[in-house]
Design a protein around this ligand. Structure first.
Ligand code: FAD
Ligand code: SF4
Length: 287
């Protein structure tokens, strides 16, 4: 018997959007996230030197929101926690220019620019994106440099997923007709990549996940999915999702059944998990 219609592994951008849209369709949804909830200002680090609150390396007692995955030639950075990468990202939401859609592999397959336009607009609306209202010293320096190079037309301010409003002022939900959480005006502290301690950054727990929860979606934090086993070989009757505590030394285990599974653990989470399961539990399914 399946306890959920869908289990979503990971609560970043992919997982949060899936959680809301599936919940809107009436499905029973569970999101499993290996990182922590970061609700209060005190949950976030004030500086990078507070490794325990900043970095994610639970084996060493570091239970923060910033993960570095070391590969042979590169280091991949990612966010860990309810909201995934949105907790640490730089909030910039640029839409690719026409040149992008008309080059390389995109070219000729479809009218991508127009096909995707309404979805970019929807995502920006959901994330509360607005043109940055201020010019920092860095912006001014860039503009001056662009001027000197004769390419000032290429300078533009970025759209960012931040509530600006009035600095430090908390207002009722300005985005979702009152269904969302209160937001506070950004104070320009510049600490976005440590996580926002001022309730101004429009992280996924303030929009997609928040609204999904109101529709009944559940979020299980501090649990890492390590196996997904089809009930029947082809997965047609559902899957058993195995997870373990991600923070405790003893890693207590649990399992849950669902009709479908969404792998949304980001590149460093999903790819690793799928490659492992491809030759074990999921080898009878088509991946
Ligand atoms: C420092 C930084 C700055 C960035 N700035 C920008 C920017 O300005 N604009 C922009 O567009 N993009 C930016 N990005 C990139 C953006 O954050 C990512 O592209 C985006 O978060 C990817 O979304 P995702 O849903 O694929 O995965 P993620 O958002 O990474 O979410 C995956 C989640 O799954 C969880 N997870 C993984 N495996 C498991 C498992 N087995 N069990 C349970 N949970 C699991 C992880 O803990 C994580 O919370 C930035 C990224 C970083 C690191
Ligand atoms: S208050 Fe600071 S951390 Fe929060 S969005 Fe503004 S600049 Fe970023």
């Amino acid at each position: 018997m399946n306890q959920y219609d869908y289990v979503i592994i990971g609560s970043g951008f992919g997982g949060s959007v899936s959680a809301l849209r599936l919940s809107e369709k009436g499905y029973k949804v569970l999101v499993i996230e290996k990182g922590k909830w970061f609700n209060q200002a005190e949950d976030f680090p004030k500086t990078n030197w507070n490794l325990r609150k900043w970095m994610w390396l639970p084996g060493l007692g570091l239970q923060g929101l910033f993960k570095m995955t070391l590969y042979r030639h590169v280091v991949a950075l990612s966010g860990v926690g309810v909201g995934g990468g949105s907790l640490v990202y730089a909030n910039t939401l640029p839409v690719p220019k026409s040149e992008f859609f008309n080059s390389g592999h995109w070219k000729g397959l479809s009218d991508w620019e127009n096909d995707l336009k309404p979805y970019y607009e929807l995502a920006k609306k959901m994330l509360g994106a607005e043109r940055h209202p201020y010019m920092s010293r860095n912006d001014k320096a860039m503009l001056q440099m662009a001027n000197e190079m004769g390419s000032d037309v290429t300078f533009e301010k970025t759209d960012v997923a931040v509530h600006f409003g009035k600095i430090g002022m908390t207002v009722p939900d300005p985005y979702f007709d009152g269904k969302g959480p209160d937001r506070t005006g950004c104070n320009l502290c510049g600490g976005c990549m440590l996580g926002c301690r001022y309730n101004a950054k429009n992280t996924l727990d303030k929009n997609y996940l928040y609204l999904a929860q109101q529709l009944g979606a559940q979020i299980l934090a501090e649990k890492e999915v390590y196996d997904v086993v089809p009930v029947q070989d082809d997965g047609s009757t559902g899957y058993t999702i195995h997870f373990k505590d991600s923070l405790s030394w003893f890693s207590a285990k649990g399992k849950i059944n669902a009709k479908g599974v969404i792998f949304a653990g980001g590149v460093t989470g999903t790819v690793r998990l799928l490659l492992k399961l491809k030759t074990s539990s999921l080898k009878t399914c088509q991946i």
